[in-house]
Design a protein around this ligand. Sequence first.
Ligand SMILES: [Zn+2]
Length: 339
Amino acid sequence: MSELRYDPILGEYALIAPERLRRPDCYEERRNHKRKKRRACPFCEGKESLTPPEIFALRDNEPDTPGWKTRVVPNLYKAVKIEEPCRKSEEGIYTKWQGFGAHEVIIDTPRHLLRMDEWSFEEYFNWLFTMRARLNDLKNDLRLVHISLFKNHGHYAASTQPHPHTQLIALPDTPARELGQIRSEHRYFKEHGCSVYETVIRAEQKEKSRIVSESESFIALCPYASAFAFETVIYAKKAVSDLGRFDDEALKELAGILKKTVSSLYLQLGDFDFNITLNTPPLQKNFTTEAFFDDIPQIRRFGLRIVPRLFRLGGFELGSGIPINPLMPEEAASLLRES
Ligand SMILES: [Zn+2]
């Protein structure tokens, strides 16, 4: 059983999840990671019986049969479980949550070993549509306070499954980093009377050098203080705080700018490993979030971050929390605009 343990010195949680060790390839010889043994892929069409029953799917026919566009299933190697009681407990001087939460896998497409730049426009749209559906459904579970939506692609991005997939982990408390960020966004809003996203987007539009592309409602840019080479974020230009609040038209526009951005990254970097994360604000008003919760629609903007994993993190990054990025974001944006 997993535990979400709080470190009183760092002021941060760690998710201790022994189940995760049982994942396929977890201890496989690292140097041979490119030469994966071909075993039956549980995420391929026709192999639906190899996953737990689906929670959601884009399909017109019976659940757990072929004929789907996306499927969502519980993670077989769950870091947290929805069946666990949602209970915070003490262990001597420490506090922990007893492994409660949701851990789901979104199978992005039936097509195996597909590079993200080979996805069709419909595949991008279906992927965003599915994440929106899961996010809005889980918002109804009042025990869940935080949702992480993330995609690991490739060995250096911690993926152990080559079939295109995305994960969702929902927790009963807000991680320290998310809390720190939203408190700082709230402080900015109180001091300046507008969202920090609005200020940054306006400044970037004036400066131009870090913009990768723009559409009516979205902007793709390499952040001024990019932590990783070729790090790219897509922000909502209008006041929309999370993916769950977009209508289908906005999702189509987002699918378009995302497809274009991913294609530019592939043109520059070849077949690269990456993580994608979505910026989702706390879902429930509680003791920790009540100071800013009602202002979230004004202070937070939807954001999607693509982080190429070209270099490994070292001791300085681990100890100081300050990343070393060898590429100027202005240079990265210029290369991405050209491609
Ligand atoms: Zn597959």
